[in-house]
Write a protein that binds this ligand. Structure first.
Ligand SMILES: Cc1ncc(COP(=O)(O)O)c(C=O)c1O
Length: 395
């Protein structure tokens, strides 16, 4: 084979195992997609409608511009200025085909003398990206001992690996899988730590709207972004409920956005114009204000309801106040893989915690072997009782 082998990202690994065991695709009607990271793509209770069409003219069928179309870049800048006083313009915005490509591009173009600092328990594909790109990295302890909540000093203590001289923090906030959200004063302090000489950060805010009581963003605290190596990645995937449109973005210094534009010019060719038009419409200020409130309210209710249900079944919860996952340790001695074997018989599955281990330890060596990520993102309001009945049978 001429291609170097590379395995699928953890969530997909679980999807393939599920398909092999059940002959079904997780997410299709009748399955219980608790392993998956997609949100409901229907109108939320009290939320705005989702348009069912986008109008195109011949001009829209031309190649899109490499950095992203100006209507969308302006809408994104306006959004961050309105809600966080970010003080940015369209030149600080690069559009990508989803959040992951924005993260991947940032990591790909880091200077070789950069160490990536990443929490021990983090978003599964970070591990694949760091490995594929051969990035030197250091782990910040985030495990049952510290409740998956590293102290701020731990971020400051990360020293560059041999042969490197600077450190870039890579952090999902709210965190996938734990739901722990760093907001307000602690976020302001973290941003401050990442602004110093030889420091930078990529704040991955895919779950920004999913936060109780309300969303926050590093962009509230960054100040003059042109004076930093701070990147804020967002996406239409979760908050705007349109994962299928494949629109994400990076907010960064103009000099960094230029690199992303150049990358797009030879490596991506821009992002579907139809998708960009659709998302620009979703970002109209009054609509997006409505969406932020509805997402936060509906999913905070779901977080609480499923939290209570899981606790009653003996799960030990470590979940924070954000995201749409519960992060929990199984009762007794059951492992997450063993639990999934039982769930498959009911066309259900969770994401085994070990797939969020940035050291990817195996079996009993992995501190997350008995942890699960339970997703309530795709679940309609009326599925709760049925979900709990299956969980009760399998635990
Ligand atoms: C932490 C985190 N970042 C980014 C993304 C972006 O995903 P996408 O590439 O689907 O926009 C996701 C989606 O699962 C995520 O969980």
């Amino acid at each position: 084979m001429i291609l170097r082998h590379f395995p699928p990202m953890g969530v997909y690994e679980t999807l393939f195992k599920f398909a092999a065991a059940t002959s079904k695709y997780m997410g299709e009607p009748g399955t219980h997609p608790w392993a998956q990271g997609f949100p409901l793509t229907t109108q939320l209770p009290g939320g705005p409608t989702l348009p069912d069409r986008v109008e195109l003219t011949a001009a829209d069928l031309k190649y899109p511009t490499a950095t992203g179309n100006v209507e969308l870049r302006r809408a994104i800048a306006r959004y961050y200025n309105e809600f966080y006083g970010a003080g940015i313009g369209e030149d600080h915005v690069a559009v990508f085909a989803g959040g992951r490509p924005a993260i991947f591009a940032t990591l790909a173009f880091l200077e070789d003398d950069t160490t990536v600092a990443v929490e021990e328990t983090e978003y599964t594909p970070y591990w694949d990206m760091l490995r594929l790109l051969g990035r030197k990295h250091r782990l910040i302890a985030s495990n049952p001992e510290n409740g998956f909540r590293p102290d701020l000093e731990r971020y400051d203590e990360v020293a560059p690996c041999d042969g490197t001289s600077r450190v870039l923090l890579l952090k999902s906030n709210p965190c996938n899988p734990t739901g722990i959200a760093t907001t307000g004063e602690p976020l302001a302090r973290l941003v401050e730590l990442c602004r110093g000489e030889g420091r930078g950060a990529l704040f991955d805010e895919a779950y920004e709207f999913y936060c109780d009581p309300e969303p926050d963003s590093a962009l509230r605290y960054v100040g003059d972004i042109d004076a930093t190596d701070i990147f804020v990645v967002g996406a239409a995937t979760k908050g705007l409920q349109v994962p299928g449109l494949r629109v994400g973005w990076a907010i960064a210094a103009k000099r960094h956005v230029e690199v992303f534009r150049n990358w797009s010019s030879f490596g991506m060719g821009g992002v579907s114009r139809a998708s960009q038009l659709y998302v620009a419409d979703l970002l109209r200020i009054e609509r997006v204000r409505h969406a932020r409130r509805a997402v936060s309210e509906f999913f905070s209710g779901q977080r609480e309801r499923y939290g209570r249900g899981l606790r009653d079944l003996g799960f030990e919860l470590f979940t924070g106040s954000g995201g749409f996952y519960h992060w929990a340790r199984l009762p007794g001695t059951l492992t997450a893989d063993g639990f999934n074997e039982r769930l498959f018989a009911h066309d259900a599955a969770i994401l085994p915690g070990s797939l969020c281990d940035m050291a990817r330890r195996k079996g009993a060596d992995c501190p997350l072997e008995r942890f699960i990520r339970f997703s309530f993102g795709p679940l309609p309001p009326d599925s709760f009782d049925g979900d709990m009945a299956i969980l009760a049978k399998c635990v």
